[in-house]
Design a protein around this ligand. Sequence first.
Ligand SMILES: C[S@@+](CC[C@H](N)C(=O)[O-])C[C@H]1O[C@@H](n2cnc3c(N)ncnc32)[C@H](O)[C@@H]1O
Length: 242
Amino acid sequence: MNNILDRLYAESHDDLASFAFDDAVVRVFPDMIQRSVPGYTTIIPMIGIITSHYVQPDSTLYDLGCSLGEATLAMRHCVDKPGCKIVAVDNSEAMIQRCQTYLDADSSRVPVELLLDDIRHITMSHASVVTLNFTLQFIAPEDRLPLLNNIVNGLNEGGVLILSEKLMFDQDEQMLQEALHYDFKRANGYSELEISQKRTALENYLIPETLEQHRERLLAAGFKQAVLWYQCFNFCSLLAVK
Ligand SMILES: C[S@@+](CC[C@H](N)C(=O)[O-])C[C@H]1O[C@@H](n2cnc3c(N)ncnc32)[C@H](O)[C@@H]1O
């Protein structure tokens, strides 16, 4: 995927609009997510490893909030059971259009159905692996449990959800983890202005929760097990097993 450098927040904006996954973001998205999310470049290939372990024959794999399809492609290249397909869903038309070009250029023969839709409204069934890679944090908090219930209902026994999220902590740890995250962004070339304007744009749109909130809700939704398999600063990934 070609990486055009993210400079969306490099100039001062008097009137900062709320963040949106629009054309401007799509153009710089691979660069933006790699330079902003510690661990993203580790999590993507590990989604492939987890997929190989849990994929079941004749099952469907779902990538919810697929953006440009990085997790979709990681899963696609690790499906080693017959009769599987992937359904990748995003409600940003700009993301879906660009994602289709990446999927078309990819050599794997595992079928991928790309849906322009709201992940809160899709029906899932016969699922073995579901991915929510940094997507749940953009869903209104009151809609999160219903979405997880829907995922559990669509999963086969032994199926899994890979849930990656930005985390919140108690006050002292929050300051420590946040400071390290901003150091990560500075080390990747973002200025103080870019960091502060992006933070303002994401306020009230990206709503992080604590690790405990995630674990408790996953168990309340009906998963048997919910384990933290990865954390880097205030970003993590959980594996929940039905
Ligand atoms: C941070 S990106 C996800 C990154 C992607 N999973 C990856 O691994 O590269 C969040 C994505 O979720 C999508 N999204 C947010 N709310 C959604 C909803 N209600 N239904 C479908 N997609 C949604 C956004 O359009 C965006 O593409």
